[in-house]
Design a protein around this ligand. Structure first.
Ligand SMILES: *Cc1c(COP(=O)(O)O)cnc(C)c1O
Length: 476
């Protein structure tokens, strides 16, 4: 029913709304202050939409409807803004979607550490203070061949801490080509500046020769740094020759060689038919004094930055006051340790580690899933879009192996409109999928919405919520 007389009179008072039985339930659940404030907001909005004459109706102003809306808004606020989504972007390690998914073992370890006192910095044998790194040190030393290791908030923090400890007020030599390749959110020159060291760029392009490094070494040089930005070809062990000769040069001149590996695949991924990525173990074996890498990229763990290598250097790093500011909390120590323990049985990793499961999913399996899901999505979108199965290429993401693509399959969703309207319609379609109870995130290209199913674990959950797409969902 639309408004025929001034509706101000018919908006119930806040007090009347608060006396409703349904609202009493909300007060018990969320507290009186929160409910009063939500009711006031709703009533204010009603008044505002009335004064703009944009269609508030008698119906919307009914006390019961106000109570229903207030309940929904309180529930949404209680649920918080961080929520699970479906990552159907085709990018496995999507930084915006939280990178690696943790294995069950890590989730349990985190929950356990969260709800209990733990011996985080307590030596149970001696009954006195211990060291939090102890829970990770041995595992990391075994997996990387390092003498000693430590862990901080993320890899950016690891690089910052290494540079600040070893090169403050001194010079760090880096190949210009490696700086150019980084880009994105991680800017090595800025980190260097924050760490208090001076960047000395050598070489002209990606081809930097050993003599370029040698000529740049001077009395203020603190270390030589190598930054791995991945677009390698598959050259395998041959690649470490570069590190071997760089390490030889550094050591002849009494300098450490530090390598920022970024992705940090602990094992040679070729074992599973995947592209080669430098491992910390190979780099340390090639003579690198310290490596840094992320916990939530190819390692498949929680966000963390790992520093591994020479004992004396790691000990200096641990004495830096910044270490205290950048250290890991008990939850991530528990999670990372659980993930590292899974590496003891590499043959089981493709099942136990979600990251590796997604990396290893076969093209055939993804195609079969895509064909299975297609008719249900097509039906839910009936008349609004056509849906087809297309060949796709998944990316590993997060700066890991950017040149490598994994063959995959995607649903291609094309709005059934003239081409010139396609872009607006495809935006509306993606919005509709993002508004589902578990938002579905795809990739839009050239007026088409693509869902790459490589990372679709919970197919049933995706299909169950398709009902919300039919019915009253609008495309405008
Ligand atoms: C990703 C990356 C970083 C930053 O790592 P975070 O864990 O995201 O802080 C640094 N260096 C390289 C080479 C990287 O690939």
């Amino acid at each position: 029913m639309s408004v025929t007389r001034p509706i101000h009179a018919s908006i119930p008072s806040v007090d009347r709304i608060l006396r409703l039985a349904a609202v009493a339930v909300l007060i018990a659940e969320y507290g009186r202050d929160a409910v009063v404030s939500a009711v006031r907001d709703d009533v204010d909005r009603l008044r505002a939409s009335l004064s703009k004459r944009d269609g508030a109706t008698q119906n919307e102003a009914a006390a019961e409807h106000i109570a229903t809306r207030v309940g929904a808004s309180l529930r949404a606020a209680a649920a918080g803004s961080l929520q699970p989504v479906f990552n159907l972007t085709g990018t496995i390690l999507h930084t915006n979607l939280g990178r690696a998914l943790l294995p069950r073992e890590a989730i349990e370890a985190i929950a356990n550490a969260a709800g209990n006192p733990v011996n985080l910095e307590f030596d149970l044998a001696e009954g006195r203070r211990g060291d939090r790194d102890r829970h990770l040190e041995d595992l990391l030393a075994q997996l990387t061949g390092a003498e000693k290791a430590t862990v901080v908030n993320n890899n950016a923090a690891a690089v910052l801490l290494v540079l600040n400890t070893l090169a403050q007020r001194k010079e760090v030599i880096v190949s210009r080509g490696e700086l150019i390749e980084i880009g994105g959110e991680f800017r090595m020159p800025e980190i260097m500046q924050r760490a208090g060291c001076r960047l000395v760029e050598v070489g002209t392009t990606n081809r930097t020769h050993l003599k370029d490094y040698a000529e740049a070494i001077g009395p203020r040089t603190a270390l030589i740094m190598k930054v791995h930005t991945s677009n390698y070809q598959i050259l395998g062990f041959v690649k470490s020759v570069e590190e071997t000769s760089l390490a030889k040069l550094a050591h002849e001149r009494g300098l450490p060689l530090v390598s920022d590996l970024g992705a940090g695949a602990l094992l040679d991924l070729r074992r599973w038919g995947l592209p080669y990525e430098h491992t910390p173990a190979a780099m340390i074996a090639a003579g690198v004094d310290l490596v840094t890498f992320s916990g939530d990229k190819l390692l498949g763990g929680p966000q963390a930055g790992i520093i591994a290598g020479r004992r004396d250097l790691v000990e200096r790093i641990n004495r830096n006051a910044l270490k205290r500011a950048l250290r890991l909390d008990k939850l991530r120590i528990a999670g990372l340790a659980a993930v590292l323990r899974l590496y003891a049985n590499p043959d089981r990793l493709p099942e136990s580690l979600p990251l590796l499961r997604h990396l290893c999913r076969s093209r055939d399996e993804i195609e079969a899933q895509t064909r299975r899901v297609l008719p249900l999505i097509a039906e839910a979108l009936a008349g609004r879009a056509t849906v087809t199965v297309e060949i796709s290429e998944s990316q590993i993401g997060s700066g890991s192996l950017p040149a490598d693509r994994l063959p995959s399959f995607a649903l291609a969703i094309r709005p059934t409109v003239a081409r010139r309207q396609a872009s607006a319609r495809v935006d509306a379609l993606s919005r509709m999928f993002r508004a589902l109870p578990v938002p579905v995130i795809g990739r839009v290209h050239d007026g088409v919405l693509y869902f790459d199913l490589r990372c679709l674990d919970n197919e049933d959950r995706l299909l169950q919520q398709l009902v919300h797409l039919s019915g009253n969902a609008k495309l405008h």
